[in-house]
Design a binder for this molecule. Sequence first.
Ligand SMILES: [Zn+2]
Length: 291
Amino acid sequence: MNAPIRSYCRFGLIWTVISAGFVGCTTTTQPENKPAELEPKFTGLVIEQGPTSLGAEPRNHPITCLILHHTAGSLPSSLEILQGKDPKHKVGVHYVVTDEPKPRVIRMVPEHMAAYHAGKSAWGKLNGLNQHSIGIEIINYDGNVYPYSEAQADIIFALCQEIIRHHDIKPWNVIGHSDVSVGRKVDPGSKFPWAKLASLGIGAWPLPNEVADNLKSKRNLSPSHLRGLLSAYGYFLEPGEAGLKLGVEAFQRHFRPAKVDGLIDTETVVILEALLRRYQSKAYREARFTP
Ligand SMILES: [Zn+2]
């Protein structure tokens, strides 16, 4: 079938190399390198050591984001690709969650290293998210088509919980590849259990009552208003109508998965406004834009 390039994760492809170069040119102050302190303890969760990946580099920025992906491939092929042996596809990720009946967590890159999983990416004031994030790849051929199993959701929750607690990652910075690479990536897809995870304290979600109440009122549906709201929340949008449509689509894929059409409608605006109200108090605003 017609499968556009952006339908698949492909682990960042060559953009990882470009992005890595870009990040290397920034002048951000480098934190002290304390590898042992960056590794979570994972009490009660078994982490298997997988094959070593070459798709990583020393970390020189604090960990502030957690990025979820689907692999668009089987476990064996994903583990092969994620070893980053191909210099043209130098990819890597910290953790892989398998799709077996009893899913496992496999570690490929230690957290004190930056893995090449996000490629060209932006979120809030951050560019090149590899340096700022932990990456989790989940085995699923297309998270926009195939549901994640309950068992996968359970182990993703346990893994995310430990990582978030260890690094104090804020709810709005628990995001999908499609959120940070708008128009280029569509993983982990509209079937990803964002709502369930949020109900358990993982990631951001609007207050349901607030959304329901505001659906009854008239909202500003102008493109410029929505572009401003999306940018305020963290999305990086290309200019023009097409750029906005891709941004709306990325937002809906995460927060309004029942209808991902890229069109501006009342529900989309209401959900976005509710998220901004919930997470953009003055304190949150200062926190979220401090790299
Ligand atoms: Zn991805």
